[in-house]
Ligand binder design. Sequence first.
Ligand code: ADP
Length: 160
Amino acid sequence: MSKLAICPGSFDPITLGHLDIIQRGAKIFGHVEVTVFNNQSKAPLFSVEERIKLIEEATNDLPNVTVDSSDYLLMDYATEKKADAIIRGLRAVSDFEYELQLTSMNKKLNPEIETFYMMTNNQYSFLSSSIIKEAAKYNANVSDLVPGVVEKALKKKFNN
Ligand code: ADP
């Protein structure tokens, strides 16, 4: 049976680091659903609808990838969707401690759903949505770090 993996995150906005994780996940799992979680503690630049649209455009060549959003707790959402796995990316050692906490809690909430981590592609190891927003605000060239649709959307947001 085809396995469903949820790839959760804020994706504000999606970067090539995220896309790399999604593409690699889509080679292993039958269906990858990218789920935008509206993290209340972060003030987003893009609305959830804008983020979904950008992810859809960036992944439109991947037939087994779909995009959705949720306000639920990740594990409640994944359980309801009958997901088999969660996929996440790991960049630096600094990601590790947070991810270990997150996964330990998630495992407690639903031990049936496994979390898979993929090491970042070396060229994206220092890439984050926050760095991209900071750079784009000052009109820096981010064309080799984000999908083309995101580059355009950032220019529009910052009137560049
Ligand atoms: P969150 O708010 O949950 O941290 P993000 O949108 O920042 O969401 O990230 C979603 C997932 O993508 C996380 O697992 C994060 O570690 C991973 N990720 C983000 N940037 C990169 C990158 N450059 N390389 C690999 N994984 C990444």
